[in-house]
Design a binder for this molecule. Structure first.
Ligand SMILES: NC(=O)c1ccc[n+]([C@@H]2O[C@H](COP(=O)([O-])OP(=O)(O)OC[C@H]3O[C@@H](n4cnc5c(N)ncnc54)[C@H](O)[C@@H]3O)[C@@H](O)[C@H]2O)c1
Length: 332
């Protein structure tokens, strides 16, 4: 039981991680004694911090949850907030690839300087380990399945920023003895993604608004969709692992390839099964730079962390639709 510091803890993955660490009902017992969420935006309406405290408190052994509105670019503020932390999970980032293409300097500030600041604060705080949320993006142009031994092949500034963050993790381990672990996530889906720009929440929002799903190209492009609970399980294992880690890299993925057309079809079927009318799919011209196929090996993470993905897109997509429908109902 320990003190966790989660940058970006109010985002999609952060909201799920904080819920897991807090041991809210429906999850495992709490993993943390104290959780500090450090984020530049407020907690999402879908996961109000007070409700999380109450839910965790109902179990009787709830951790303290502190929510600090702060910027990872504000070094002194973050260093002060991080004092006494055992584990740092660095999720805060600009996670919008298109925005990185439009404004690479914004992406660099948030994702490279922000990561450098977080590593430096972690070093000064003497934390046990920092887990860095990287992405499969640095290998997006390589032939799938991508894996840890492949050379990077980058397609956009977001990928460059993530690779730079990985490099700083290794450098801080080498120079300062800070234990760092790099997790490269594939495409993550699950609850609390209502503010996310990912393909699945975007499609669900369209369907809930009775608007057609827009597909760029013919829909044959593939992605590796992993449930956020599987991601959070690995984050928790990676942070608390006792073995030395000098920026060790792990792909956290399912190794399953699903086409965008299949995702759209599954969502339309799920909506129709719940009584919603759904418009025809709208096919638009392919976008420059879109990756045609993407999926990742996961054997290194499976073996090292004694982990495996618990669920699949097919199994959980209906639950996610129910979650979005319930949220919309609660908000209207
Ligand atoms: N969601 C995915 O499919 C996916 C895939 C690969 C990697 N990742 C990475 O995982 C991490 C979390 O992703 P997510 O989907 O939860 O993203 P998200 O956008 O939902 O959450 C990111 C959070 O970081 C916060 N943030 C951004 N800039 C900040 C700053 N300067 N200071 C403080 N807080 C800041 C935002 O307010 C937000 O709450 C990111 O680093 C992302 O690049 C996500």
């Amino acid at each position: 039981m320990s003190r966790w510091f989660v940058t970006g803890g109010n985002g999609f993955i952060g909201s799920n991680l904080v819920t897991l660490l807090a041991g809210a009902p429906g999850t495992t017992p709490p993993l943390a004694r104290e959780i500090v969420i450090y984020d530049s935006t407020e907690a999402p309406a879908s996961r109000p911090i007070d409700a999380l405290r109450q839910a965790a408190g109902a179990r009787g052994n709830a951790p303290d949850i502190t929510c600090i509105t702060g910027d990872i670019l504000d070094r002194p503020a973050m260093a002060e907030a991080m004092a006494g932390a055992d584990y740092v999970v660095h999720l805060a980032a600009s996670s919008n690839v298109n925005r990185s293409v439009e404004d690479p300097f914004f992406d660099h500030q948030n994702n490279v300087i922000g990561t450098l600041n977080t590593l430096d604060a972690a070093r000064m705080a003497g934390v046990k380990r920092l887990v860095f949320a990287s992405s499969s993006a640095p290998l997006a142009n390589a032939a799938p399945p991508i894996h840890e031994d492949m050379a990077p092949d980058l397609g956009n500034p977001y990928a460059a920023g993530k690779l730079a963050g990985e490099a700083y993790c290794q450098a801080f381990s080498s120079c300062y003895g800070l234990q760092t672990t790099v997790l490269r996530f594939s495409n993550v889906f699950g609850p609390y993604s209502d503010r996310s720009s990912g393909v699945i929440p975007t499609f669900i929002r369209k369907l809930l608004a009775s608007e057609p799903i827009e597909i760029y190209g013919d829909g044959s492009a593939t992605r590796d969709f992993i449930h956020v609970s599987d991601i959070c399980a690995v984050i928790a294992k990676a942070a608390t692992d006792q073995r030395p880690s000098r920026g060790e890299v792990f792909h956290v993925a399912t190794k399953a390839e699903t086409s965008i057309l299949k995702v759209a079809t599954l969502l339309v079927e799920a909506m129709r099964a719940r009584g919603f009318e759904t418009p025809e799919l709208l096919f638009k011209p392919e976008r420059v730079g879109d990756v045609p196929r993407s999926f990742s090996e996961n054997s290194k993470a499976r073996q090292f962390f004694n982990w495996q993905p618990r669920t699949t897109l097919e199994k959980d997509i209906g639950d996610l639709v129910d979650w979005f429908v319930a949220l919309k109902t609660a908000q209207t």
